[in-house]
Ligand binder design. Structure first.
Ligand SMILES: Cc1ncc(COP(=O)(O)O)c(C=O)c1O
Length: 460
């Protein structure tokens, strides 16, 4: 492989012509990007022929793993039949209809319609428009405020980036889009008071929504938006008390709930959607990523019957949509992807086998001197790296130790992502005992190497 792909040349051309997302361009130019050339099952391969176990499923995405010829064939067949037609002008096509029907089948019972896009960001922009349009149609146009959470990631477009709660994204949005508020995220390990139980903290974090509703004026609030598990923010898993309380607040104030399931959708926590896992009743669910296992871009918003009814009552256009809304090739691939997930029982396997296996794997490291906490739900996991286990004291210069650890993982042939100093993983749902074992050996080694790098900074 290394002969065919000339790494240096690719890196040079890349740095000359390609601007990467969320990247320090100067340092990438100096270091050069990794060149990934192939994927097969749970592995990716770089241009030097190195085989790497992908603990991040690409980017929370390749749920069925790499190299599915069935998905390639589905794309090929659809390209030959009808590579593209729009869904704007009172037209439709069989793949978009078949996929919509399938999504309605796996979505919560009150959700039967889908609006498509090509990225999670787009789907959240669509949801924002739908939410605000809904309240206009209901005769309450003042309801524009959407309450989200700090450190939420809802995408990188101006509206989705503003709805998200990441300070570094806000810093590069000139200016923020209006009408969003942000409350505490349900991050017990990082945000609880000394001695506060997860249960008590979960209630406090949920009630922050209610406080914000009252501060903003309930008559001005349109919706709450949240990821069932905050992914890019560090795989923050809410205590059990959190979601029932959020749902109670949504119901009490009669506002809408948007569940951003761009990461948690399609089996990641052991149900098709995490809303089911947490027993919440969202009015809108945004999805992307694993809908096609990442083989092609497709996203959407699942919209409940109540909102659809309001849209149907209006005898006018809803002026929103994308050229690629319901792209036939993407829909055909998504449909095949869902068929494979069902055939391989990948979703129940998360509940029965892979989810418990990930929890067991991470539990092996909870006593490691560097590790403050391990946590997981389904096939989403995190390891917190701290300078002092007892006091949860962080390392100076947040993110530095996470990167050291991430580089050790990579050198050892394994990918976990560093969110500051929290190592997160979201493996493909196809992992077997062999992959868990391989990951376990690498994690042990990488944590030990990181510990020896930062030993001088640890609490005595
Ligand atoms: C929860 C969540 N929402 C939205 C997005 C944005 O998706 P995209 O990058 O496809 O625009 C992401 C991306 O990681 C995400 O994690």
């Amino acid at each position: 492989m290394s002969n065919r792909f000339q790494t240096k040349q690719i890196q040079q051309l890349d740095s000359r012509h390609h601007l990467h997302p969320f990247t320090t361009h100067q340092s990438l130019r100096t270091a050069g990007p990794r060149v990934i050339v192939k994927g097969e099952g749970p592995y990716i391969f770089d241009s030097e022929g190195k085989r790497i176990l992908d603990g991040m499923a690409g980017l929370w995405t390749t749920n069925i793993g790499y190299g599915s010829k069935e998905l390639a064939q589905a794309a090929y067949d659809q390209m030959v039949e009808l590579p593209f037609y729009n869904t704007f002008f009172k037209t439709t096509h069989p793949p978009v209809v078949a996929l919509s029907r399938k999504l309605a089948e796996i979505a919560p019972p009150n959700i039967n319609q889908v609006f498509y896009g090509s990225s999670g960001s787009e789907s959240n922009d669509t949801a924002i428009r739908l939410i605000r349009h809904y309240w206009v149609l209901k005769g309450e146009p003042k309801r524009r405020i959407i309450i989200s959470r700090r450190n939420a990631y809802h995408g990188s477009t101006i509206a989705a980036g503003s709805m998200g709660g990441m300070p570094h994204v806000h810093a590069h949005t000139y200016p923020l889009y209006e009408g969003f508020r942000h409350v505490i995220d349900p991050y017990w390990y990082g945000e609880s008071f000394a001695g506060e139980t997860p249960e008590a903290f979960g209630l406090r974090a949920a009630r922050a929504f209610e406080e914000e509703i009252l501060r903003s004026g309930p008559e001005n609030v349109a919706a709450i938006a949240a990821e069932p598990v905050q992914g890019a923010g560090g795989v923050k898993i809410a205590p059990d008390s959190y979601w029932p309380e959020v749902q109670r607040i949504v119901d009490k104030y009669g506002i809408l709930l948007l569940a951003d399931e761009v990461i948690t959708g399609f089996g990641r926590v052991g149900t098709w959607f995490a809303s089911e896992y947490y027993g919440i009743r969202p009015n809108l669910i945004t999805f992307a990523k694993a809908a096609t296992s990442g083989y092609i871009a497709l996203s959407g918003v699942l919209v409940d019957d109540n909102i659809v009814e309001a849209l149907m009552a209006e005898n006018d256009d809803f002026n929103h949509g994308y050229t690629f809304s319901g792209h036939p090739v993407a829909c055909a691939v998504a449909l095949k992807n869902l068929e494979i997930m069902e055939r391989e029982r990948l979703v129940p396997r998360v509940k029965e086998k892979t989810g418990p296996a990930l929890a067991k794997l991470l539990a092996r490291f909870k006593d490691h001197p560097l590790v403050g906490e391990v946590r997981s739900v389904g096939m989403l996991g995190a390891i917190e790296l701290v300078a002092d286990k007892k006091t949860r004291k962080r390392f100076a210069d947040p993110g530095r130790v996470g990167l050291i650890c991430r580089d050790h993982f990579f050198r050892e042939g394994f990918i976990m992502r560093a969110v500051w100093d929290t190592m997160v993983c979201a493996p493909p749902l196809i992992w077997t005992d062999a992959e868990f074992e391989e990951a376990g050996a690498v994690i042990q080694k990488a944590l030990d190497m990181t510990l020896s790098d930062v030993k001088g900074e640890m609490a005595a």
